[in-house]
Design a protein around this ligand. Structure first.
Ligand code: PRP
Ligand code: HPA
Length: 177
């Protein structure tokens, strides 16, 4: 796994001052564009939550980049996939949570009937920064009566403290920067 991790790490590109001055943006698109690195990423994600096999009902992925790995992992694990989306995108009844980002402010919504009470959920997103997005997603899931078994990210930006923002929830990251 260490070789796979190093391959994946080598395909993360760092772009200074995007999307605004002072932000060092970790760009995962080179990792997606390299078939070997993409496969390594999927296998490493699965490795991090291997102990949860048989203990999950659904994956919730956040728009937009939670839609990259979330559905792949749901398919591999034979789980439901539920999208959490930016406002105004989901057509049926929704619930919403506001959150602050490293460089913006936003809202996420989820369909009110998307998870049954007691469902055991894995949250999947590409990157954990301040943790606002993941915390808002956790609130949405828990408001529906479901539980968050773990949160899984390809990248954790350690200096931004997103892990601490998740309280007691389990956080797994394939790579740390
Ligand atoms: C990025 C990233 C995470 C979030 C992490 O998404 O994909 O969802 O920010 O930041 P946080 O831990 O500080 O909340 P973004 O909101 O930029 O939206 P996008 O996926 O549509 O690009
Ligand atoms: N890189 C990529 N996505 C992000 C970042 C970052 O530094 N911060 C918040 N989302």
């Amino acid at each position: 796994h260490e070789q796979a991790r190093e391959l994946l790490r080598s395909k993360i590109r760092s772009i200074p001052d995007f999307p605004s001055p002072g932000i060092l943006f970790r760009d995962i698109t080179p990792a997606l564009a390299d078939a070997e690195a993409f496969t390594a990423a999927v296998e490493l994600h699965l490795h991090h939550i291997a102990d949860l096999d048989g203990q999950l009902d659904a994956i919730v992925g956040m728009e937009a980049r939670g839609f990259l790995f979330g559905p792949i992992l749901a398919h591999r694990l034979n789980l439901a996939f539920v999208p959490a989306r930016k406002p105004g995108k989901l057509p049926a009844e929704t619930i919403a949570e506001d959150y602050a980002l490293e460089y913006a402010k936003n809202t996420l919504q989820i369909h009110a009937d998307a998870l049954r009470p007691g469902a055991r959920v894995l949250i999947v997103d590409d990157l954990l920064a301040t943790g606002g997005t993941a915390a808002a997603t956790t609130r949405l899931i828990e408001r529906l009566g479901a539980t968050v078994a773990a949160q899984l990210f390809m990248i954790e930006l350690v200096a931004l403290g997103g892990r601490a923002a998740q309280g007691d929830h389990r956080v797994e990251a394939v790579l740390q920067f």
